[in-house]
Write a protein that binds this ligand. Structure first.
Ligand code: OGA
Ligand code: MN
Length: 348
């Protein structure tokens, strides 16, 4: 079955750039004293203190899409412990929504520890955790793979596989939790010899592109998010006992962020209905908004290389896995997701 026809990139409308964060709209954005002059028209903010900028490690962010997504220059995230660098990465997350790092070398613990340094408290009440025990002995390290405990490819009808391939519908991680997920950090440990991308949608650009009338209608609405609902739409049902562990949560449909001063649509496939509206009416609105937000110009597809770490902000993006022949090839990634809680004031 040829499932993986990757389309070429669309021609992006210029208003998409205009809508992006000022720094994300700049062609390339570089944190370095020496290059500041050259790039002064980029409005690159002085994220890093002088002492840091003076050493070798300069973080560069290369934009991958007109409105979001950036590739970060060479940095070994295991060595990033200092608050200024972590803060620079958080600011870049605010600007770009998704960051791609290549050539990482995380053990399981190192991946978890980096996620905690970067963004605090980890999500562990995952859908996989109600189905089986975690392969790595830690529910905060989600097994995003098609293999079981024995390291073999899961059988076609295995419930873990059915749950896992449901990542191929547009979603945003842990939106069915309270607090919901903030950053997800997905690390490629074993990739197949065929493309098996992860695709992202920019929900801030999608919000910006809505008409004023729609913005006014949706401004104060809330959506109820449930993974029991979204898996049911895929024909996968949790048992009553499993479902009881995944009660769902209600969140604003439009989220406002003080750091970027922007708004985002917050919905995707776990969003079951609008709490203020009758169910069918709200569900239709959600479907329309998802259709709008997944117009080609809001999308970027990440093609994985071994050792890539991709960090996305679940509050400002949606994502989905793209299909590949998962009965023939292994694909093994591990994911850590943080919860949308205030960061404890970290050390100076
Ligand atoms: C996830 C996810 C997509 C993929 O890890 O949350 O949705 O491509 N992954 O594996
Ligand atoms: Mn996901």
């Amino acid at each position: 079955m040829a499932l993986t026809a990757y389309e070429t990139k669309p021609v992006y409308p210029p208003e998409l750039e205009a809508a992006a964060s000022p720094t994300a709209a700049a062609a390339e954005y570089i944190y370095s004293e020496a290059l500041d002059d050259k790039y002064k028209d980029n409005s690159a903010r002085p994220y890093l203190p002088k002492s840091f900028r003076d050493n070798d490690m300069t973080l560069r962010f290369k934009k991958l899409h007109p409105s979001f997504m950036a590739e970060v220059s060479r940095v070994d995230l295991r060595t990033v412990h200092d608050e200024p660098t972590l803060q620079a990465l958080r600011t870049a997350m605010t600007d770009f929504g998704v960051l791609v790092f290549h050539d990482q070398h995380f053990s399981y613990d190192e991946q978890i520890e980096f996620a905690q340094r970067m963004d605090g408290t980890l999500h562990s009440k995952t859908s996989s955790s109600v189905l089986s025990k975690n392969r790595f002995g830690n529910e905060a390290l989600t097994d995003i793979s098609n293999v079981g405990q024995d390291g073999n490819i899961l059988e076609a009808a295995d419930r873990r596989r059915m749950n896992g391939i449901s990542n191929r519908i547009w979603h945003t991680d842990a939106s069915f939790e309270e607090p919901a997920g903030r950053y997800s950090m997905l690390y490629a440990r074993n990739i197949p010899p065929v493309r098996a991308d992860t695709e992202f949608a920019d929900m801030r650009a999608a919000y910006d592109a809505l008409g004023a009338d729609t913005k006014a209608i949706i401004e104060d609405l809330h959506a109820y998010h449930s993974i029991v609902y979204s898996r049911h739409t895929m024909g996968f049902d949790f048992s009553p006992e499993e479902s009881a562990k995944l009660p769902g949560a209600t969140h604003p449909l439009v989220r406002k962020f003080a750091d970027s001063n922007r708004k985002s649509l917050y919905l995707a496939s776990h969003a079951a209905h609008i709490t203020e509206w009758p169910v069918p009416e709200g569900r239709l609105l959600l479907k329309d908004l998802i259709e709008h937000a997944t117009r080609r110009e809001f999308l970027y597809s990440h093609e994985w290389s071994l050792g890539d770490l991709v960090i996305w902000d679940n509050r400002t993006t949606m994502h989905r896995a793209r299909p590949f022949d998962d009965k023939a090839y292994k694909r093994e990634l591990t994911r850590v997701t943080t919860l949308d809680l205030p960061l404890a004031m970290s050390q100076p």
